[in-house]
Design a protein around this ligand. Sequence first.
Ligand code: FDA
Length: 376
Amino acid sequence: TNTYDYLIVGSGLFGAVFAHEATKAGKKCLVIDKREHAGGNVYCKEMEGINVHWYGAHIFHTNDKEIWDYVNQFAEFNRYTNSPVANYKGELYNLPFNMNTFYRLWGTKTPEEAKQKIADQIENLGITEPKNMEEQALKLVGPDIYEKLIKHYTEKQWGRKATELPAFIIKRLPVRFTYDNNYFNDKYQGIPVGGYNKIVEGLLKDVEVRLNTDFFADREVLSSLADKIVFTGKIDEYFGYQFGELEYRSLKFEVETLDQENYQGNAVFNYTDADTPYNRVYEHKHFEFGTQPKTVITKEYPLQGSRGLEPYYPVNDENNSAIVKKYQDLAKAEKNVIFGGRLAEYRYYDMHQVIGSALVKAKRELGVSQEEDVAI
Ligand code: FDA
């Protein structure tokens, strides 16, 4: 018999939650990760006493009490509320679009005035069936908001003209007629005190983890160690890219330590003009109300993905959707392998969603949990 019940490829939230649940159910797990640290994209690196979100800003938010309670087992959450500020050629606007934004744009002071202004903006455009992302956004919020806060940011993000992007990228653009800068509508929100590593450490406390270990560098030997595999890496890579490579958008992060206490006064700034090459600047201490003497910032530059770069955002256009469908058919037929997480499913997942998905798949795989056994 094999040494382990499960070989779990990837120590991101999907792999870590699955490993935790399986271990709790009495299974023996080995988690491997090709990176030098566990946690996948929620990993934080400590610099100047500040938890630096190493793969981009991560704000936890959910409406699901069960998932909120689940993560709260491992860390306490602070009261951080995401309220990004947009910088358009030196003009500052609150996000998401709300009464503060409208006041700054047009001087409107009441919800009625703001609603009228937006209606006037949209009225004369004559767009009924939006043919692309630009028309879709214009139809929803009108030209002022579109030009200053959406167009260039989105074009930088996707590396394509808004007129060449599909309309479905923007389904809705929430506009809020209150003076409320809270980006998310969810009931629960915050940043774990001690950083996301604390959650990952809690999940993997009793689990054997091997870092700097790439599944594909030693596939046969690693596979032979366990009865089953939980795979959270790229699905196209798993199947040898036989139907072609799935396209991703990537990011470059430039991290700087600054010898000043407070650089921008907010955790997240979006640069929504065409000329600034980066889209976002995070100042990490503000995620945790830090009072350290120095500060650490990250500039986030959008990039086209390629095999050498980290894959971040799946490009869910028709071509890629057709390719992923073929890989998914192979995955269904693959015996003793469970595919999960953002790379194996080729879809964008928020943290609460990936945790939810791992819990569902773990439950399905492991049957009733130990606690339920005891209760019976
Ligand atoms: P994840 O990528 O974290 O883990 C996969 C792991 O597998 C990695 O550690 C990788 O090294 C490893 N691996 C891959 N191939 C391997 C191989 N061949 N061998 C060994 N190991 C291998 N969500 C949210 O709720 N709020 C937010 O604010 C944000 N912000 C955000 C910003 C940015 C820039 C991005 C890209 C994403 C977010 N997210 C987010 C989403 C969040 O990052 C995401 O939900 C989880 O990290 C997904 O966890 P996974 O386990 O699926 O993948």
